[in-house]
Design a protein. Sequence first.
Length: 384
Amino acid sequence: MKAPRLLSLLLSMLCIGAGAAQSWYTGETPLRRVTVQNGVLTDCNSQADSCVINTTATGINPGEGVRPAITLDIANLHNRTGRRYEVFTVDSVGQTLRQKVENPVWGVVWGYRDPQNHHGLLLRAGADDFYGYQAPEWLCTIYTVARGDTIFHTRWKRVVSNSIHPEDDYNRLHIVPVSGGYEIFLGPEREFRLGVCRDDRLFGNQAGICVGSGACVCVKNWTVTPREYPERHVIWSADELDELLRQSHHPAEGFYEFLQASATNSYTRLGGNYRLAMVSSGPHFLLIYVEGAQRFGDQWQTGMVKAVLEPTGLSNLFNVTWYDAEHRPIREGVKAIIGDNGVLTIHFSREGVILEWNRAIGPDGETGTGNHGSYHTTSLLTPR
């Protein structure tokens, strides 16, 4: 099968696994076995024509102004040159059929929300080297899936390097956030650059591995490090935001109209009378910019993150990361309260500013205020 066709097939398959898990999926089914032993995760997939994605939470959520830098040692035990590996499928009458595949696909995913929204690096064995005269080689591709549409940053290409540990040995990969995307390196000291993902969006807080049909992937020394990164991307379009909140039944989600501002320092300059939308994301809330920017208005578009509200453990009280008019994060001394009357209040203690919004349109279309209880434990939009 030609390589581009193979990737298209993989991305169109049903990807199953622990997409919304806080830790790696483990378990055993007739066609899949996932174990953790001595710090090594082993995921073996014997399903014909199906990849599986196994992810774990990174602790880094969209809108927090950081990106995950990921380092891992990864090996495919079913990557031996010239070997064919058994996979199985069940036909329409329930009979199990056996097939064999060569050079199974395997790789890494990050920024993962669900199969329709993530970044990925896929690998497979390169050409046979029967005499051992050539440097080791892989075929690799780097892609982004956004709202189900696939963007190829690198289509399947041949990579030859002495930094590649051949066949079923471990290789160290580094996924490094850079301006405008993620660079991908190979080797203990990043000796070889595999390529770049030219898309810096963070769709979800998951990352993990892709295990193609017939692959048996081992992972160890998995490390995630947060890297500061300004949020300047549209997460939802205006229509998507309207539809999302129209279908929501969450008591705090909705559009929030600017109510009033007070400042103890007369020199404080406010960025505008922002109209915002509140959307839950796991235990957090995202405040999404809708309109109203007066300073640097050309730098703001509907759907960008204006603030992230993180639970404190106290009902309706949140720590806040607020992005100012120039998208710079403000965290120290910023707190938010979602009142039972539907009023959102954000206190900037260092700046001496208090901002208030009123929930104008709620999940059921109601306007004004109401008693909505406590909101800090919900997870309506946990990435899947």
